[in-house]
Design a protein around this ligand. Structure first.
Ligand code: CAO
Length: 446
């Protein structure tokens, strides 16, 4: 282990998991920071979750994060490397919890003071919430809870009940969400009229328990955390939102010719211009024309919240499952900048470097399977958004124009929308308008 005092000039230190009692291989359920962040001493870095408690690990010192060494889902124990930190204060260099050598092979030094361990909450969790409540409560995604002011114990309590902390109004100091707040939220959900909670509950047969090994060789693999989270959210959205999918085809012959020209021009800068960049831009124009597609129902389901910003979620297929990072302020960006950002966020999603915050705040999502194939599909709405656009592979088709057949490049579009808010006629108008914008890219400038 290098002597910390000899490394003053470098100033790069390792931050380790502190003493967490007897726990080993504890799951990281939340990562609050990312490389490049400037942090203060005591800022929380990650949340660990054991079978009994959740705990936040604070930074021992201030500085700039050079590299994150952990991600959500990793298992850690005392001494595991969380990050490398460029310390702002040289006095930090000999402090506990910050090791002197950033080499990955160096042995960790003393860990920082133990994190604040939240009281175990398992015992506090009341009886399972009946199925009817689930319809108005949100899923168990840790990322959904990260923006709210609540202690780890309360977040876990909320998660156990299927409550999204961000939706709970906090009555504690500085708006912190308390246990009472979460319980009141659940009680309020229970007394809502059954119709408001998505019906009378789903009465279905239990799935049969099958011993698959009886029929041949098998191998069992655990689902990734991303797949579990996205699966739970997709399930909730599928059963609680009345989906309709409207289809259309956009003539993108001219758009694609322009895209290819741009592609050659920007290849030198390593920017791939795919149809998706134009789609993001065209969707923004359509959202501006049809604001109810850029809205969400509020938590009570009584009001529509119209957003004045245009953040577009883009579904990215990763080896561990689906992620939907959000491209912000797409209305203020041109096609090339959008293409550049799409390349960056999809690469980072596949490298599992997208933070929870980067997946929040979307207004409308696009799910493009155009690079793979297929003619149409029915995408699931990413609640609390009200609609999602599915895009399939464009193909050249004979189209009847001016009494003759001409070869045109046609892009299949599939628009799923929440029928509680959006009427079929509005959806048809939206998709027809979108097709027109894509057919005539000059409209992107309007
Ligand atoms: N028609 C024809 N070709 C298309 C096309 C379309 N609709 N969309 C993309 N292509 C082409 C691209 O131009 C590219 O070709 P070149 O390399 O010659 O330029 C190729 O197909 C591959 O594109 P891509 O998929 O790498 O890039 P993209 O910008 O279209 O998509 C991303 C990026 C991240 C959205 C995509 O890679 C992805 O992950 N898609 C899956 C999303 C998903 O799983 N959705 C299902 C969710 S269920 O609702």
């Amino acid at each position: 282990m290098a002597d910390t005092s000899t490394k003053l000039s470098a100033g790069i230190k390792q931050v380790l998991v502190p003493d967490i009692g007897d726990y080993k291989d504890v799951s990281i359920i939340e990562v609050m920071v990312k490389a490049g962040d400037t942090i203060r001493a005591e800022d929380n870095l990650v949340t660990l979750e054991t079978d009994k408690a959740a705990m936040e690990v604070p930074s021992p010192y201030a500085g700039v994060i050079k590299e994150m060494k952990v991600k959500v889902g990793d298992k850690v124990s005392q001494g595991s490397l969380i990050m490398t930190l460029e310390c702002a204060d040289v006095s930090a260099l000999s402090a506990p919890g910050v090791s002197g050598d950033a080499s990955p092979h160096s042995k960790p030094q003393a860990a920082p003071a133990a994190p604040a361990v939240a009281a175990p909450v398992a015992a506090a969790v009341s009886a399972p919430v009946p199925g009817t409540v689930q319809a108005v409560l949100n899923g168990s995604d840790a990322s959904l809870h990260s923006g709210a002011h609540a202690s780890p114990a309360i977040r876990r309590f909320a998660r156990e009940l299927g409550v999204q902390v961000a939706q709970v109004k906090g009555s504690g100091e500085k708006g912190r969400v308390t246990k009472d707040d979460v319980q009141s939220f659940v009680k309020a959900a229970l007394v809502q009229p059954r119709g408001a909670t998505g019906g009378n509950g789903l009465q279905v047969l239990a799935l049969p328990v099958v011993d698959f090994a009886r029929f041949g060789a098998i191998e069992t693999k655990p689902l990734s955390r991303i797949r579990k989270i996205s699966g739970a959210n997709l399930h909730r959205n599928w059963v609680t939102i009345p989906h309709i999918t409207q289809f259309d085809e956009a003539d993108i012959t001219e758009m694609d010719a322009f895209r290819k020209e741009l592609g050659v021009e920007y290849a030198k800068q390593n920017i791939r211009i795919t149809p998706l960049a134009f789609l993001v831009k065209a969707v923004v124009v359509a959202l501006q024309q049809f604001p109810e597609f850029n809205a969400s129902l509020d938590a009570g389901g009584e009001n529509l919240v119209f957003k004045q910003y245009f953040h577009i979620g883009v579904a990215v297929d990763t080896p561990d499952g689906l992620m939907v990072p959000v491209l912000r302020d797409a209305d203020k960006k041109g096609v090339v900048q959008i293409a550049r950002e799409l390349g960056e966020i999809s690469a980072r999603a596949r490298e599992k470097k997208i933070t929870a915050a980067e997946m929040q705040g979307g207004c409308f999502s696009i799910s493009s399977l155009g690079g793979i194939g297929g003619t149409a599909f029915t995408p699931i709405i990413n609640a609390p958004e009200l609609a999602i656009l599915g895009v399939s592979r464009a193909i050249i088709k004979p189209m009847h124009r001016d009494d003759t057949f001409v070869a045109r490049l046609m892009l299949p579009l599939s628009l799923s929308y929440d029928h509680r808010v959006i009427d079929g006629a509005a959806a048809a108008r939206f998709i027809v308008f979108l097709s027109q914008v894509l057919a005539d890219t000059r409209r992107l400038a309007l």
